[in-house]
Design a protein around this ligand. Structure first.
Ligand code: DI6
Ligand code: FE
Length: 400
């Protein structure tokens, strides 16, 4: 554990409370001890308890919670650049998927890759996130669609957290696509659910996800997976209403899911259901942008009904090869009309909630000292920049 210290001369976007959209504390100090935030407030009010702490001046820079990417598929083999060209020549994402490309193409590459190779290809992606001030990353399985490869993916995800100063949360996404030549119902019952049980038995699963879409699984098939998740005591989340309205969002609400993700085709009734279940709407502008979607999510309905909104990269080789959470924030503002404050809440406080985490995502006493100091003074600059990474310093677990 590192020696305690106090960051002084910061503008703290604490994201904790409701005083203003950023819960800002100007001319602030943040005391860090034993990996946790010990105190935050106006520097002039710094308690004498912290007088002996090493002071580290930040010269008026902005400090935020370390960012949280609550939706990624960064463990995978191969790439889908060829499909990018096909889409530019007019093929739709769905046409490519139905023609045997898409997710199942990445499945072949992931099955063929060793655990070591998958780790080696994922670490540079994690390093890019760390360089962007990210402290927590959710990583999904879903490119194996067989027991051996799904477990391999989740083991790689767990290993990443041992190899880098980053917190990894895993989601089992066996219900991501139907393997080539398989029947969807048989796959769910004979492969997906037994694999979920095996992954949970090995301690590899933090949540259970699914893809509810015409090119993937219907609500009945997802419900069978969610029933087992509940039996195992695992929370659920769902890729819902990305390309059409199948009822996935309402299903997620019925299971009190941590999050419903994409939700471009969600309705006002869906927003009411999410509000009632306390489910976070995770917005994924990278996929919307990449596959040239036209239906943005019902952001105003989410606001009207008090649905917390998170923002993720959905970093995956097909629909969202987006390696920047800061750019995802900019896209969420530009494409979905989020305010910069909503975008920052979406990659801190609300992203933590989408992962069921209560010890991060805000700057408040007792929470993890996962922090980011930025070479900016106005929090809106984090969403305003396009492809700009103004990180000055990253603190992870209280270590600068
Ligand atoms: N929705 C998506 O956009 C990704 N998965 C999902 O359920 C697509 C993943 C891929 O195209 O490889
Ligand atoms: Fe996804």
């Amino acid at each position: 554990m590192s020696a305690p210290f106090v960051l002084t001369g910061v503008t703290a976007a604490t994201m904790a409370g409701s005083a203003d959209p950023y819960c800002l504390v100007r001319d602030a100090a943040v005391a860090v001890r034993d990996g946790r935030i010990a105190w935050v407030g106006p520097e002039v009010d710094l308690p004498s308890d912290f007088a002996g702490f090493e002071q580290r001046p930040m010269d008026g820079r902005l400090i935020t919670p370390a960012l949280i990417d609550c939706h990624t598929h960064i463990v995978h083999g191969g790439n889908r650049a060829r499909e990018f060209e096909m889409r530019l020549n007019g093929a739709s994402y769905e046409e490519i998927a139905r023609a045997g490309g898409g997710i199942v193409a990445t499945v072949a590459a992931t099955r063929a890759a060793s655990q070591e190779a998958l780790l080696a290809s994922a670490l540079p992606r994690i390093d890019a996130m760390i360089a962007q001030g990210v402290g927590t990353v959710e990583i999904k399985s879903g490119y194996g669609l067989d027991t051996e490869t799904e477990l391999k993916m989740l083991r790689v995800a767990r290993t990443i957290g041992q190899k880098r100063p980053i917190r990894i949360v895993t989601s089992f996404l066996g219900a991501h696509a139907v393997p080539a030549g398989s029947d969807a119902d048989a796959y769910i019952d004979d492969i997906c659910i037994p694999t979920l049980r095996a992954a949970q038995a090995e301690g590899l699963v933090d949540a259970v996800d699914g893809f509810c879409e015409g090119i993937a699984f219907d609500t009945n098939q997802i419900a069978r997976v969610f029933d087992v998740a509940q039996e195992l005591g695992l929370p659920v989340k769902l890729h819902a209403e990305q390309l059409s309205h199948l009822g996935g969002t309402a299903l997620a609400a019925r299971y009190k899911a941590l999050s419903a993700d994409h939700v471009e085709y969600a309705t006002e009734d869906d927003a009411k259901a999410l509000a009632a279940s306390g489910t976070v709407a995770v917005l994924l502008p990278g996929a919307f942008y990449t596959i040239h979607e036209t239906q943005p999510p019902p952001v105003q309905a989410f606001r009207d009904h008090g649905v917390p909104m998170a923002v993720g990269t959905d970093w995956n080789p097909g629909s969202s090869p987006l390696g920047s959470l800061l750019l995802a924030m900019n896209m969420a503002c530009t494409l979905f009309r989020l305010t910069p404050a909503e975008a920052l809440a979406g990659t801190t406080r609300n992203a933590a909630r989408a992962l069921g985490l209560t010890d991060c995502g805000m700057i408040a006493p007792g929470l993890r000292a996962d922090l980011a100091v930025w070479d900016v003074t106005d929090p809106a600059e984090l969403s305003y920049g396009i492809g700009i990474t103004p990180l000055h310093a990253r603190i992870f677990g209280g270590v600068l």
